[in-house]
Design a protein around this ligand. Structure first.
Ligand SMILES: NC(=O)c1ccc[n+]([C@@H]2O[C@H](COP(=O)([O-])OP(=O)(O)OC[C@H]3O[C@@H](n4cnc5c(N)ncnc54)[C@H](O)[C@@H]3O)[C@@H](O)[C@H]2O)c1
Length: 363
């Protein structure tokens, strides 16, 4: 098996191991650990637990629920109590086997149990493989907001088995493609220059067909971009890491407003189109660049417009965006431009109106 290795240059540094069959590497990675607490969800455990567990001497499995409701403080308390009953000590390790919900919740539990035990991230959804499992952000939700309680807790390593993507539902796969479209735009604006946009353009059919070789390359390119950004700004203090929120200002507003049948990645896809059109209308990028990018999103089958957008008032979405936790007062967007991706405050009203029209809001 060919395994790509991408380093995350932090202190301590860690590696992301990417490729078909990477699950088989997990027992060897943990061979020195006395106890291994594996956190997963039942559907994922049924499919993938045996591959890692059969090679581990002393492991226990703790299942959590599905969906955002499971990302809660009560789940974290339950896990910590499970860990204590199992006898997990500071030198032992937690394995997060699942999508972003498992990764964020198990990662946060590991960050607080015994004031911090090691965690190995083993992401199984496309979104978690290219994004959530890398960079050490862990969090759970409280009724007042999503991801409001969390910690930075870097994993000891990330094992990304792209074979697990074969069992992902078409919707969840498309959701991951939304984040990949984000990386295409990020790499196009000079953060990394990995050739991602060319791969997406030249191999669209293979990407959509989940071709194993193309998937391994695609995921590795995205991990490379995320690793570079995280290493440059591990605690999201300089604004570099905030560029990963490209497309997320509108996406979060759509998710907060609710009432759409959109996954996170689909909302991000619409948010990216909005950001690109806003950048064009504000004179930051050419019409040709905006068009080239929009064609990548459309060839991946991602939504380009807000469903039922003609019934939605731009002002309602703007009000939600002004409350966005990343905003420094007014409205803040990550936008492409000739100097790369930048945080831009309060873009011109007519440019905003144009961008809303481009994503079908307000008729
Ligand atoms: N920490 C970060 O930096 C970061 C970044 C982005 C997103 N996130 C978080 O990630 C979460 C979303 O992650 P997600 O999209 O993976 O959602 P998810 O974890 O809910 O997974 C989606 C669904 O797919 C299932 N699934 C996962 N892998 C599967 C597989 N291989 N085969 C079959 N089914 C599988 C899950 O059980 C679930 O039902 C959100 O809570 C978001 O806040 C975190």
């Amino acid at each position: 098996m060919t395994i790509h290795r991408v380093g995350v240059a932090l202190e301590p540094a860690y590696d992301i191991h990417i490729g078909a069959g990477a699950l088989d590497l997990v027992p060897e990675m943990l061979s020195e650990r006395r106890r291994v607490a594996i956190v997963s969800q039942s559907a994922i455990a049924d499919l993938y637990l045996d591959s890692i567990r059969s090679g581990l001497a002393n492991s226990e499995v703790f299942l959590i629920g599905d969906g955002e409701e499971a990302k809660s403080l009560s789940t974290v308390e339950g896990l910590c109590r499970n860990f204590a009953e199992f006898g997990l000590l500071r030198g032992d390790v937690v394995v997060a086997l699942g999508g972003g919900v498992v990764g964020d919740t198990a990662g946060f539990a590991a960050s607080v149990y015994y004031r911090g035990v090691d965690v190995l991230q083993v992401p199984t959804s496309l979104l978690a493989q290219v994004d959530a499992a890398i960079g050490g952000k862990t969090a759970v939700n409280i009724p007042e907001g999503k991801n409001l309680v969390g910690a930075f807790h870097q994993p000891i390593a990330v094992a990304v088995d792209t074979d697990t993507l074969a069992s992902l539902s078409p919707r969840e796969y498309r959701s991951g493609l939304g984040e990949i479209a984000k990386y295409a735009l990020i790499s196009d604006f000079g953060i990394s220059g990995t050739g991602l946009i060319e791969l997406l353009n030249n191999s669209t059919d293979l990407v959509l067909a989940r071709d194993p070789a193309v998937l391994a390359d695609l995921v590795a390119m995205c991990c490379e971009i995320k690793a570079q950004v995280v290493a440059a700004d591990p605690y999201e203090r300089t604004g570099i890491r905030a560029t990963l929120n490209l497309g997320h200002t509108l996406a979060h507003a759509l998710e907060t407003r609710g009432g759409y049948e959109l996954t996170h990645g689909e909302a991000v896809s619409i948010g990216l189109i909005f950001a690109v059109e806003l950048a064009e209308a504000a004179g930051r990028i050419s019409a040709e660049t905006a068009k080239r990018y929009c064609s990548v999103a459309s060839s991946l089958g991602l939504p380009l417009e807000v469903p039922g957008g003609s019934e939605v008032k731009a002002e309602d979405l703007l009000a939600i965006m002004r409350r966005d936790k990343k905003a420094s007062g007014g409205l803040t967007f990550v936008l492409p431009g000739k100097d790369g991706l930048q945080l831009v405050d309060d873009p011109p009203t007519d440019a905003l109106a144009y961008a809303f029209r481009c994503v079908g809001v307000g008729g």
